[in-house]
Structure formats: C-alpha cells, structure tokens
Design a protein around this ligand. Structure first.
Ligand SMILES: O=C(O)CCC(=O)C(=O)O
Ligand SMILES: [Fe+2]
Length: 549
C-alpha cells in the first residue's frame, strides 16, 4: 500500500534565503531570551478602614452623576464579616459569626469556626483525596458561608484584568474578569500546607485563581507561584494584620502554600474566568501594544517578505498551558483566554494581518527520539519537531492481501503521544499494521517554521497528577499558535478583521482515500475522520496539503 503522502503537492513553501534565516534567528533568540515573558502573578494589600474613619465618596452619586471611581491606592476595606452554617444546628447564630481583624465581640468564635470547618481534599490522578502529607487544610464550601467581602468593590478584579488579562488593541470588545467565590480555607500551624499543584480548571474560560488572606496573625504559610523557572512569593505572615492581602495568578502555574508553623491562615479563594467586557473596567484598561516588543519589526519583515510560497506557517509554542474540555470534545477558548506572552505573540501575528490557528500539541515521539534535536535550527525543525495533534484519533487500516478480512484500530494517545495497536479481527498470522504516522502531525510537518521549541516538559508530573480538585472533565494542554502566511507574504493577506480570526466551534470531517487489497483486488474507499472539537484543527482543505485527495 502506498503511504498516504501519495498525491501530496511538493512543498511550495518559501526557501529561506540568508537574509530571512538571519531574521528568523533574531526572532528566535528574542523568544528564547524570554523577553516576551510576562507577569504571571500579581497581588496587593488593602488597608482595613478603621470604624471611626468612614469612607466618604469624594463625589456622591446623584440622579444625574455617576460617582467617580476612587484611585486604587485609596481603597479601604471595612472589617470583613463572616457568617457560616455550624455543624450542630443548635449552635446559636451569635457563635457562628466572626469579624476580621478579630475584635472583642466575635473574636472568641474563632474556635467555633475551626470546629465547623471540613477537611480540604485535592485532586490526585483524577480522584479527590485527603492526604495531610500533601495538603493539610480545612475548607467550607460557599453554600455554607457568607461574607461582606467583595473583590469587585475594592478594585481587585480591575487590577487583575489589567495585569493578567489585558485586551487587544483592535478588539471590538475587551476582555473582562469574572471572579467566582470558590472556598473558605484555613491553614493552621503547625504544618498546615498545600504542596505544589496547579488549580483544576472548571471551564475553558478559567484562566486564574485569586486568594484573599483575611487579617489574622500567623507565622509561615507563604504562597509561592512559579512559571518557567521564575518564582513569585506572597508572604502574609506576621502580627501586623491591618490589611487584606491578595494574590492572583494564572492557574496553570504551579504554586504551593509553605508550612504554617503557628496561628491560622484564613483565606477566601476565587476562580477567575475571562468574559467579554465592555471596556469600562474601573476607569482605565491598558491594552497590549505589540510594537513595543523588539521582535515586532523583525517578525513584520519576515512575514511581509514577498518570497513566501503557498502555505507558509510560522509556529509559536505557547508559554502557558490551557484548559479544555474532555479528551473527546477538546474545546479550547483562545484567543479570549490567552495569557501574557501568548496573547502578545497572537497580537503580533494579527497586527500583521495574518490568520492564526490554535492547536493543541504533544511532543512528537519521532522528534523526541532524535539525539541531535537540541541542535536543530527552527527551519530544520519543521521536518522534525511538529507538534502532534493533541487528541486521540482512531482509524481503521486495511492493508493485507489475505482471504479473510482484517481490521485494526490504531490509537494515538492524546496526551502522551504513545500509540496503541488494537487488533480487532484477522485470519491467519498476525499481520504487521501499516502505521499512518503523519496523521498526528501538523500539516505533514513540512511547512511550519517554529519560533521556539516546545516547553512544558519539566512540570508535567505534578501538573497532571495534582490539582486542587479532581476532574475528569477538564484538563490542561500545551497550545501552539500557527500563523498562516499567504503566498507573496502578509501583504497579500485578506483576513485582517480581528474577529474573523476566531474560528467557529464545530465538527470537522476529513475525507481521506485509503487503498487496500481485498481478495487480491485493490480497492479504495473514503475514510472519514471525525473531530468533534473546534474546527480550527486542521485548517480548511485548501490549506491542507496532502489531505483529502
Ligand atoms: O491559599 C493559598 O494561598 C493558595 C491555595 C491554593 O492553592 C488552592 O486552594 O488551590
Ligand atoms: Fe491552588
């Protein structure tokens, strides 16, 4: 049987000349130097407003005026009141409330709160477990407590939107942040902690987590957040507890709560989602300007070069991982939820008028096996380091000249890239299956110029194994951005409207002609490959050499 490359158009992509190679090299080193690296966590402190100094709105609302928003530096929080449902219904309600910082009237109820808290589980290998060696903490679900604390009123949500989720310059609608209360947690000394994990995403639009530390004296318990070798530490310990301290971070970043040695560290946690906003975020909403990046001009020069042939692709491996729905539906949400540097790279491509494709990726085993892979230049990598499609695909193979029928199913494991061969039925000796290896690679792997190598190799064990909640519904995956450079360069791009870059979700079907021998006779039939995920994989057949013919 002929390999499926039969009938492939020969590569018509640009052959890079010396000048283009030098430009590529320049961009690639900028990416490698992490000059694109962005903030992945932010935080702040909001002083507690003393009961005597009531916060006076500088310009009270009237029927005809909207109150002016206070500058963030002037925000004050009232003391935080907390009420909860006690385990024992006979507990008087006067015992089931507390104010932070602790005061004489309800301070004594801290013991009651600790008694009513439940053990805090976490997700390990898909199951919720309680294991004090990994997480020693207690929790209350939001149905069981209420509080007057509101992260919107205090400007926290605005600050997060501006820092972690800036909007695109050209977008018609800006991105905004929705904070959803998730838990009340207490980490108590000695040895309260939560070891390294990522937060289990609840939907593709979840991009981050917010932790608010209520003012209560404790020692230890710093929160550490890590991304690509950098660590940010938020330490809220100590006896000066006249402020509410908070931190927000991208939830695919590994983080941990170090041991609390004394006292109690009481937190409210929130899941952060990106939503479409109207741009009225607390007065100012800075937008991304890709022109500030040193690599902007160089990328422009590359993509506007007139020597590009058909089907040129420039690939970028995102610096963050992204949540998506189950293994079978694979619904990603970019560009709305792109984080930091990934959003910037997207914006650079878009501002050059290029269409951008989003693809999940896994390491290509063929590439990983190459001993010299570290030495490959990006233009050499195009043959060798194409990301494999990050999902399982089953297909039948018919290949044997035998009297009986044989069918096999080969499965490409979606996250590990490992193949499984499952023999369904055959007569006679077990045949050697024909492996359609290129199937899982990007556009036959031959025309993508990668700007960087695939990351996310180190923390996989912990980020796959440990979440803050078990989930079979949602997982993170590496994502690649692939910019499509038209023939003759970006000057010929017709797809310049930002919104057109967002490809509709839907079912994509690919038809592929498969040849097989049956009782000595060669037959062909159409094989349909069904993808239920977004139609952004793969691009339409006119852009996909080697498929559908
Ligand atoms: O309390 C903190 O600082 C972080 C807690 C956390 O990581 C979680 O609840 O998932
Ligand atoms: Fe967490």
């Amino acid at each position: 049987m002929e390999p499926e490359q039969e009938g492939l158009p020969s590569s018509t992509s640009v052959i890079l000349d010396g000048r283009m190679l030098a430009l590529f090299k320049e961009v690639r080193s900028s990416v490698a130097e992490k000059s694109l690296e962005f903030t992945f966590a932010c935080g702040g402190a909001i002083p507690i407003q003393r009961p005597s100094s009531q916060q006076v709105d500088p310009e009270p609302a009237t029927a005809f005026s909207i109150p002016r928003t206070l500058p963030h530096s002037q925000f004050r929080s009232p003391p935080v009141q907390l009420r909860w449902d006690p385990n024992d219904a006979s507990t008087p309600s006067s015992r089931a409330k507390i104010t932070f910082p602790l005061g004489p009237s309800t301070g004594g109820n801290l013991e009651q709160l600790l008694e009513d808290m439940q053990p805090a589980t976490f997700g390990r290998a898909g199951v919720d477990v309680y294991d004090e060696a990994y997480r020693k903490a207690t929790k209350l679900d939001p149905e069981r407590f209420s509080s007057n604390f509101n992260p919107y009123e205090l400007g926290i949500v605005d600050t997060i939107a501006q820092t972690l989720l800036p909007s695109l310059r050209q977008a018609k609608q800006t991105r905004a942040v929705k904070a959803e209360l998730y838990k009340l947690n207490v980490y108590s000394g000695p040895s309260g902690k939560f070891k390294s994990h990522v937060d289990t995403p609840r939907s593709p639009s979840q991009f981050g987590s917010l932790v608010v530390c209520l003012p209560l004296e404790h020692t230890g318990g710093a929160l550490q957040v890590r991304h690509q070798g950098r660590t940010v530490t938020f330490d809220w310990s100590g006896s000066d507890q006249q402020a509410i301290r908070w931190a927000a971070f991208y939830s695919d970043c590994e983080h941990e709560v170090l041991e609390v040695s004394e006292g109690h560290r009481v937190t409210l946690t929130y899941n952060l989602y990106c939503v479409r906003g109207n741009g009225q975020l607390g007065g100012s909403c800075p937008t991304l300007d890709p022109k500030q990046l040193p690599m902007y001009e160089t990328i422009r020069e590359i993509v506007f070069d007139k020597s590009w042939g058909e089907n040129g692709y420039i690939g970028y491996h995102c610096s963050h991982t992204y949540p998506h729905t189950t293994q079978t539906t694979l619904t990603f949400l970019p560009p709305d939820n792109l984080k930091g540097a990934d959003m910037l790279m997207y914006e650079i491509f878009r501002s050059c008028g290029l269409k951008v494709l989003f693809r999940p990726s896994i390491e290509d085993p063929q590439y990983s096996a190459r001993e010299d892979r570290e030495l490959l230049e990006p233009w050499e990598m195009r043959e060798n380091a194409s990301p494999a499609l990050g999902r399982s695909r089953k297909f039948d193979m018919w290949e044997y000249e035998v009297s009986g029928g044989i069918s096999g199913t080969e499965e490409w494991d979606e996250w590990t890239g490992k193949e499984k061969m499952e023999q369904l039925s055959f007569d006679g000796d077990k045949p050697t299956p024909y492996r359609v290896s290129q199937h899982s690679r990007f556009i036959n792997g031959e025309q993508v110029y990668w700007l960087n190598k695939r990351g996310h190799e180190e923390p996989q064990v912990s980020w796959i194994s440990y979440g803050n909640q078990a989930s079979a519904q949602m997982m993170y995956s590496s994502l690649t951005l692939v910019a499509v450079v038209p023939k003759g360069g970006a000057g010929n791009a017709t797809d310049i409207g930002l919104d057109e870059a967002e490809e509709p979700e839907g079912v994509w079907q690919q038809t592929k002609v498969v040849s097989y021998h049956w009782n000595g006779e060669k037959q062909t039939f159409d094989e349909k490959v069904l993808l239920e995920g977004p139609s952004s994989w793969p691009p339409s057949s006119s852009e996909t050499p080697g498929q559908g013919s």
